[in-house]
Design a protein around this ligand. Structure first.
Ligand SMILES: *[C@@H]1O[C@H](CO)[C@@H](O)[C@H](O)[C@H]1NC(C)=O
Ligand SMILES: *[C@@H]1O[C@H](CO)[C@@H](O)[C@H](O)[C@H]1NC(C)=O
Ligand SMILES: *[C@@H]1O[C@H](CO)[C@@H](O)[C@H](O)[C@H]1NC(C)=O
Ligand SMILES: *[C@@H]1O[C@H](CO)[C@@H](O)[C@H](O)[C@H]1NC(C)=O
Ligand SMILES: *[C@@H]1O[C@H](CO)[C@@H](O)[C@H](O)[C@H]1NC(C)=O
Ligand SMILES: *[C@@H]1O[C@H](CO)[C@@H](O)[C@H](O)[C@H]1NC(C)=O
Ligand SMILES: *[C@@H]1O[C@H](CO)[C@@H](O)[C@H](O)[C@H]1NC(C)=O
Ligand SMILES: *[C@@H]1O[C@H](CO)[C@@H](O)[C@H](O)[C@H]1NC(C)=O
Length: 912
């Protein structure tokens, strides 16, 4: 949120500049004045009415467009002498409201009748929602335009080159939210242009030409080309035209070069943004030439080496964002000597290796007073940084993975900061967390992965995102948590030592999106008695300050997207009200003692992950799962007491990648239609890739790990240890991307399907302990990825195939218990010189463990995915400006990657 102030001040600055210039323009343009109104011209009035007809106007904003004098209509301005319309300001209000879009603005078409307005100088249609409408090609004919703003209008298609006819243009804002593309050949003629914003317009085709093209614009003061897919940053520029440039935003493009030397000739530059490219090399010493710089953002690149000491020359610097690079060496007091204006700093590295050291003396008093401090993966500790003693204006304090240990010092509390974000995650901080910290509205607290102990801290209702995962907090979850922090959207208190029951007040958090309380010692039931007493009239709720109607535990949290209660000692049945959470994407209840039937989840049609494993659930599966769960990727009911047959509707879960019904009492056949599970037939579809890294965003912290890159590693059907009978469904052999198939410990009969060789991706195949007969199909020789095979204890006969993978299956136990089998590696079978090779024992058990681990690993990944998935919309919905969202994203994304990388990092270690 410090960033919001950063961008706010950037915007403010641009606004001031803009207003300054505009006020001159305005005088020139003139607005209608009641006194000297010559009235509007009839053909222009009619043209405007035609325009109105073409527009869909849900909010009735053009209701004033009646009557003769169109100069008085809202948004219309006329020249006070000629009476001709010279201004049309139909911009919509910013449509991001706290809970999503409320202002829809205009839709429909822009009628070419606009061309009648020959004197039009100012046209602003920004923020209207012309979703999917082609960019109006006639705009290039409005030759007198000086100001054209089509920012975030959702037009699509190609920006027509005839915009080059608008040679009087001073301001051109085409920042896109649609999918627009263009080359920039037409730019050269816009010689008066001061402001150009083509953000999010696809400029792939311009190759390196874009730079010479904008270099023609010698009046240019502000240039915004963020997220334009610009492929190349030319390192040389023969001569300079745009020497007036004050703002250069080239963030989120595809540059992979070093920082070009010409940049340092732009001495008037105040705002330089290269964030989120892939720039390499070191930051040159010539950085110090950019003496006017106020805002520098180089975060999210691959810059390496030491940060040059010439940084100190940037004495006007207000914000310095250089996080998420590959910096090395030390940052010292010398870097900051002249940076008196500094308000925002983010420094750090990606990945999480600490190669950068903050080397200042313990009595350093910095020349600045920061509002926003974000240091990540940079050695600050082991002592809590004492130079913060004088930073009394901080609102954002992020010291993440900074090697800090010990307790939070008293003097930090005495600073009496009013914080928007406090993040000490991934340090070794210990002791109790003070309850006395003060927070502003909608704050984030992230103390993940430390050694904090004592009772769970509660702060004010201003806390929205609370992450206390992986600490040593103990005792009960405070019963009044829901009253003290009623605005929580995310609550992650997993991986602590919390005990006692789930407090009723948790069910009262009406804004809650994520609740993760897994891996604790919680016991008791999920409060749900209200479910069963629908006629209850009087409830004694004394000693509470509950408000509103409370009927069902979850009913008051309609926005819940992710619930993880796994790995506790919770018991009892699941409240029926769970089934009303229609937005739910993740439900993890595994490894508890829940019992009874699972309530109907038919309405939870958005589920991605349903994990009920390792409980005491009983009854048929049929009842709980819905007809339509088009997104369901993981369905685990393992180790319960489910009965009945596998329902046919399962075959409708086309997205399923992991199906685990093992260790239950299921009977009947494996349905043939299981072959319909197309999620196991194809590589994982990549339709989220268009969102790219955005899927990693989440407010406060990113808990998203690249779901797709992980989940595609695992595709599994595990029906082992049930009472399934009949033949192995031929359908299974069409799941060509299946990685694991475990049908062991059932009553399956018949033969192994001859075309089992179709399972081209299979790595693990376990058919042991069934009643299968016939021979091992020769087609299995083609399963080149197969590395774990178990066919023991069946009635298989004939000769074990040879060749390919079968050469590596040297352990005879995988065939044992099949008296009719012969061939290598069975002791009786190997007549040739190889003999029966020896195999290390204990391999199998370890193997199962690691598989299980893998699954749990994937599931925990997926929680993250769900978080991030919401984060996409959350960011869109919650943030006031896209730029904010974007910057926010910059900060968050590497978190995600770091978290992801560190998780992966620990995973193999756990196995060994
Ligand atoms: C008419 O517009 C001109 C600028 O175009 C301005 O200078 C003048 O003050 C305006 N007159 C009135 C009466 O508004
Ligand atoms: C264009 O409109 C958007 C949204 O109304 C605004 O934020 C932006 O500053 C405008 N651009 C210019 C150059 O005035
Ligand atoms: C930009 O356009 C090119 C084709 O011109 C396309 O290949 C590319 O995917 C587009 N980029 C984005 C981000 O849409
Ligand atoms: C500088 O701008 C002028 C006019 O806009 C143009 O003629 C000239 O080619 C430009 N120079 C370069 C090096 O682009
Ligand atoms: C940049 O400035 C240096 C001297 O400071 C000069 O030698 C060089 O030619 C300039 N580059 C351009 C492209 O004008
Ligand atoms: C910095 O803080 C210390 C200790 O709190 C205090 O003694 C000193 O006066 C402060 N210095 C400045 C410049 O604020
Ligand atoms: C909550 O935040 C607001 C401003 O964001 C602040 O005025 C208020 O004092 C805060 N409340 C508490 C209890 O800290
Ligand atoms: C599911 O939705 C339907 C229609 O809205 C509703 O009648 C039914 O009660 C819901 N079922 C559950 C379990 O919430």
């Amino acid at each position: 949120m410090g960033h919001s102030s950063a961008s706010a001040s950037i915007q403010l600055l641009s606004l001031i500049i803009l207003l300054g210039i505009l006020s001159l323009e305005t005088i020139k343009l003139g607005f209608c004045s009641d006194d000297h109104n010559v009235g509007c011209i009839d053909i222009e009035r009619k043209a405007l009415l035609k325009l109105k007809q073409g527009l869909t106007d849900p909010s009735g904003r053009l209701s004033s467009w009646v009557g003769e004098d169109c100069c008085k209509w809202s948004g219309v301005g006329c020249n006070n002498i000629t009476g001709r319309v010279n201004m049309l300001d139909l911009h919509n209000r910013d449509w991001f409201d706290y809970y999503g879009a409320t202002e829809h603005g205009f839709d429909g078409e822009i009628n070419p009748s606009l061309l009648v307005l020959k004197d039009l100088e100012y046209l602003d249609l920004s923020l209207n929602m012309f979703v999917g409408v082609q960019f109006p090609s006639f705009i290039g004919s409005l030759e007198k335009l000086k100001y054209l703003n089509l920012s975030r209008t959702y037009f699509v298609g190609v920006i027509p080159p005839n915009l080059g006819n608008l040679s009087r243009l001073l301001y051109l804002d085409l920042k896109s939210f649609g999918s627009l593309e263009t080359d920039l050949q037409w730019l050269a003629t816009l010689s008066s242009l001061k402001y150009l914003n083509l953000g999010y317009v696809n400029l792939t085709k311009t190759t390196s030409y874009w730079l010479p093209a904008v270099n023609m614009l010698h009046s240019l003061v502000e240039l915004y080309l963020p997220s334009c897919s610009l492929p190349m940053l030319p390192l040389t520029l023969p001569s300079f035209n745009f020497t007036s440039l004050s703002v250069l935003d080239l963030s989120d493009n595809k540059f992979t070069s070093t920082i070009p030397p010409w940049l340092f000739n732009l001495t008037k530059l105040e705002n330089l943004d290269f964030a989120f490219n892939n720039l390499i090399g070191k930051l040159p010493d010539s950085l110090g030439y950019l003496k006017s710089l106020r805002h520098l953002d180089l975060s999210g690149n691959s810059l390496e080496g030491a940060i040059p000491e010439s940084l100190r020359e940037l004495s006007s610097l207000v914000s310095l964002h250089i996080s998420d690079n590959k910096w090395e060496g030390a940052i010292t007091e010398a870097h900051f000597v002249k940076l008196r204006s500094l308000k925002e700093v983010s420094i750090g590295n990606y990945p999480s290796t600490i190669s950068l050291v903050f080397n200042v003396s313990s009595d350093w008093i910095p020349p600045f007073k920061l509002r926003y401090l974000k240091i990540r993966s940079c050695q600050l500790g082991p002592k809590f940084p004492t130079w913060l003693r004088n930073q009394t204006e901080l609102t954002t304090v992020v010291l993440r993975n900074a090697g800090i240990s010990g307790t939070i010092p008293d003097w930090f509390l005495q600073l009496d900061l009013q914080l928007e974000e406090l993040n000490f995650a991934d340090n070794q901080l210990s002791g109790r967390v003070p309850n006395s910290l003060r927070f502003s509205h909608a704050s984030t607290v992230d103390l993940t992965s430390n050694r904090f102990e004592g009772p769970l801290p509660l702060w004010s209702s201003n806390i929205t995102w609370l992450y206390l995962r992986d600490n040593l907090f103990s005792g009960p979850i405070p019963h009044n948590i829901g009253q003290v922090m009623p605005n929580l959207k995310s609550l992650d208190i997993s991986k602590n030592s919390l005990s006692g029951s789930i407090p009723l007040s948790l069910g009262n958090l009406s804004h809650l999106h994520y609740i993760w309380i897994s891996n604790n010692l919680l016991s008791g039931e999920i409060p749900h008695f209200f479910d069963y007493i629908p006629s209850l009239r009087i409830i004694d709720m004394s000693n509470n300050s509950l408000s509103g109607e409370i009927r069902h535990f979850w009913n008051n949290s309609p926005f819940l997207l992710s619930i993880d209660l796994s790995n506790n000692n919770l018991s009892g049945t699941i409240p029926r009200s769970l089934g009303s959470l229609t937005l739910l994407q993740f439900l993890g209840l595994s490894s508890n003692n829940f019992s009874g039937e699972v309530p109907s989840l038919k309405n939870c049609t958005n589920l991605y992950v349903l994990d009920l494993g390792d409980n005491k659930f009983s009854g048929p599966i049929l009842a709980s799962i819905g007809e339509s769960m088009p997104n369901l990727r993981i369905l685990s009911l393992r180790s319960n007491s489910f009965t009945g047959s596998i329902p046919l509707k399962l075959c409708g879960f086309l997205a399923l990648r992991i199906l685990d019904f093992s260790h239950n009492n299921l009977s009947g056949n494996i349905p043939h239609c299981i072959g319909n599970l197309s999620g196991m037939k194809s590589e994982l579809e990549n339709h989220f890739n268009s969102l790219g890294r955005f899927e990693l965003v989440s407010k406060g912290r990113v808990l998203v790990y690249d779901y797709y890159s992980i989940l595609h590693l695992v595709t599994s059907v595990d029906l082992s240890d049930n009472k399934l009978s009949g033949e192995i469904s031929i359908g299974l052999t069409s799941l060509v991307k299946l990685g694991t198939l475990n049908l062991s410990m059932n009553h399956l009969t018949g033969i192994i399907p001859a075309n089992i060789g179709n399972l081209e991706s299979i790595e693990t195949l376990d058919l042991s302990m069934n009643k299968l007969s016939g021979s091992i199909p020769q087609s299995m020789v083609s399963l080149t990825f197969l590395n774990h095979l178990n066919l023991s204890y069946n009635n298989l006969s004939g000769k074990i195939p040879t060749g390919n993978q079968f050469q590596t299956f040297v352990d005879p136990s995988i065939y044992e218990g099949n008296p009719g089998l012969s061939g290598c590696p069975l002791p009786t079978g190997c007549q040739n010189n190889e003999g029966a090779p020896q195999v290390p024992s204990g391999d199998e058990g370890e193997d199962d463990d690691s598989k299980l681990e893998k699954l749990q690993f994937v599931i925990s990944m997926v929680i993250g995915f769900c978080a991030g998935f919401w984060g996409v919309f959350g960011t869109l919905a919650v943030k006031r400006s896209w730029r904010y969202a974007y910057f926010h994203f910059l900060d968050k994304v590497t978190n995600a990657v770091l978290y992801f990388v560190s998780t992966i990092g620990t995973y193999p270690q756990k196995r060994s």
